[in-house]
Design a protein around this ligand. Structure first.
Ligand SMILES: [Zn+2]
Length: 305
């Protein structure tokens, strides 16, 4: 099962206890996965709805839709499936159930403004209905397919109040709200109650951090080795040049000695070279002599053309 599906499985069973949170959850499922049905063709502003439709064919969303509808209103609705999607009608002849849902949905913004718990409850259902999240072992990406309407605006506003930065893009004229920041994705998972997935994301972050720091260390050490090997090779080239020009044998004993051990031990460090001399010489002494050879080689190169 994908990371996204697991996150949804985790939150699908969560039904908030407080009435206000249940109402906020109802607003979310109605806005994201359902809508109202009206007698006749169009819904003018003063027409009251006659039914509720469910647009999602996802079984998790369908189950949650029905549960939240009942829990938020305490009304038992009748469910009529038409193909994979559904239509819900009121058992009461007076349509009190549909009216109750309609009234709750009218106060969506007020609910979202008033309480943090309600914002979380709302966000949970919005993620369940429209969201997806990439496996954090691959990349950090969470998105909400918000359709053409104003859901995207409301979502960005709620996320912002929760301290979660989100951006918007268009996909085939549909509005998509997305989050790229790993900590922000973790916040959404944690706030909505997908705790197992949140821990998985945290683990992926720690692993990535460890890999990066190991890589940095390996790169640093490799660079040092490359630098040392490069320096030794240049010293050897200098000595060979001095040898070829017949300069080497005219140099003081100390320089001839260091040239000889460098050729003998091309991989040795300066300290090791110094120790192999008789009498031994310190690192700075070795460095000084090799520099002298380098200068002489440069002069000899200039002279020799
Ligand atoms: Zn609440």
């Amino acid at each position: 099962m994908s990371f996204s599906s697991r996150a949804k499985e985790e939150i699908a069973g969560i039904v908030p206890q407080a009435r206000h949170c249940r109402e906020a959850a109802l607003c979310a499922v109605m806005e994201c996965a359902g809508g109202f049905l009206y007698e006749g063709s169009d819904a003018s502003s003063d027409t009251k709805p006659s039914g509720i439709r469910l647009d999602s064919d996802n079984h998790l969303v369908q189950g949650k839709f029905f549960t939240i509808l009942q829990k938020a209103t305490n009304i038992c609705f009748t469910w009529q499936f038409q193909g994979v999607k559904g239509e819900i009608t009121d058992n009461d002849a007076d349509g009190a159930g549909i009216a109750a849902v309609y009234e709750i949905c009218q106060k969506t913004d007020r609910l979202l403004e008033q309480r943090e718990c309600c914002r979380r409850a709302w966000l949970r259902e919005v993620f369940l209905c429209t969201g997806s999240v990439t496996d954090p072992a691959r990349e950090y990406h969470m998105e909400f397919a918000c359709g053409k309407g104003s859901l995207a605006d409301r979502l960005i506003r709620v996320l912002s109040v929760l301290g979660i930065p989100a951006k918007e893009m268009r996909r085939k004229n549909n509005r998509v709200v997305y989050i790229k920041d790993s900590a922000a994705i973790g916040d959404v998972l944690s706030l909505t109650g997908a705790h197992t997935c949140y821990l998985e994301l945290e683990n992926a972050l720690i692993l990535k951090d460890m890999r990066n720091s190991i890589n940095r260390r390996v790169n640093f050490e490799t660079a040092n080795i490359v630098k040392a090997v490069g320096a030794a090779q240049r010293q050897i080239d200098d000595i060979r040049l001095l040898e070829k020009r017949g300069v080497l044998k005219t140099l003081p004993e100390t320089l001839q000695q260091i040239a000889s051990v460098r050729l003998q031990y091309p991989d040795a460090t300066l300290k090791e070279l110094g120790a192999s001399l008789n009498p031994p010489v310190g690192k700075s002494g070795v460095n000084h002599r090799l520099r002298r050879l380098q200068e002489l080689a440069a002069q000899s190169d200039d002279l020799g053309g």
